[in-house]
Design a protein around this ligand. Structure first.
Ligand SMILES: O=C(O)c1cc(=O)[nH]c(=O)n1[C@@H]1O[C@H](COP(=O)(O)O)[C@@H](O)[C@H]1O
Length: 231
């Protein structure tokens, strides 16, 4: 199992609430994820605040634009010193290659660069509405192959695809899986879900977990309980 597989998704509209949770957490137990809501509200200062507390950070801004724009955005993420960042695989091969090239000057200080395949909130029926008439797993496989070809470090997918992707692309190709729901917890807007232990058994390297922790009456207890199920 990957060292520290849990990535806590900090989806808060209030910085103090987020910092209050962070201050109860141990950087030895988890890494943190900041996404579009918090980065739009609080900007790079939040990244600095989190780094100053000793946590590694996944900056989840899912860039999707022309190659030049995405390359510059990814380099800006690298300047912030984040541990991982992501782009959309549907931006295409040239976009992903440009993003990868933009990180070359950062050497071993470059963040891990990950491509989102099919969002975990999407079902096969929703894909059909986009004109994609294959099961989600097949589309994920296609986009993951393109991601591998572009030389990225791995993909965001659902844990339901982890076994397939690990078998196909090998141990070094990292699988980051949101849509993680401990037994009995509310799915919310997620469709392709798995429990933490099922996800790790299936081959996920990192588990992105938000509401099951952040919306729990006692978030620290919820994180510890999840940790115990995978220890
Ligand atoms: O890139 C992501 O992190 C991501 C990709 C994806 O396909 N699905 C997905 O839910 N996410 C993120 O993972 C987190 C999941 O949060 P919860 O559903 O609250 O556990 C959110 O911050 C999403 O933005």
């Amino acid at each position: 199992m990957t060292d520290k597989p849990i990535l806590v998704a900090l989806d808060y509209d209030n910085k103090n609430d987020a910092l209050q949770l962070i201050d109860q957490l141990d950087p030895e137990m988890c890494r943190l994820k900041v996404g579009k809501e918090m980065f739009t509200l609080f900007g790079p200062q939040l990244v600095t605040d989190i780094h100053n507390r000793g946590f590694e950070l996944f900056l989840d801004l899912k860039f999707h634009d022309i190659p030049n724009t995405v390359a510059k955005a990814v380099a800006a993420a690298a300047e912030l010193g984040v541990w991982m960042t992501n782009i959309h695989a549907t931006g295409g091969l040239a976009m992903m290659e440009a993003a990868k090239r933009a990180l070359e000057p950062y050497g071993d200080k470059a963040p891990l660069l990950i491509a989102v395949t099919v969002l975990t909130s999407m079902s096969d029926d929703e894909l059909k509405l986009l004109g994609i008439n294959v099961p989600a797993s097949e589309h994920v496989l296609r986009l993951a192959a393109l991601t591998k070809q572009a030389g990225l470090d791995g993909v965001v997918c659902s844990a339901q695809e982890s076994a397939l992707l690990k078998a196909k692309f090998g141990q070094d190709f990292k699988l980051i899986t949101p849509g993680i729901r401990p037994e009995g917890s509310d799915k919310g807007d997620q469709h392709r879900v798995m429990t933490p232990s099922q996800a790790l058994t299936a081959g996920s390297d990192y588990l992105v977990i938000g509401r099951p922790i952040t919306k729990a009456a006692d978030p620290l207890k919820a994180l510890q309980a999840i940790h115990q199920t995978i220890a």
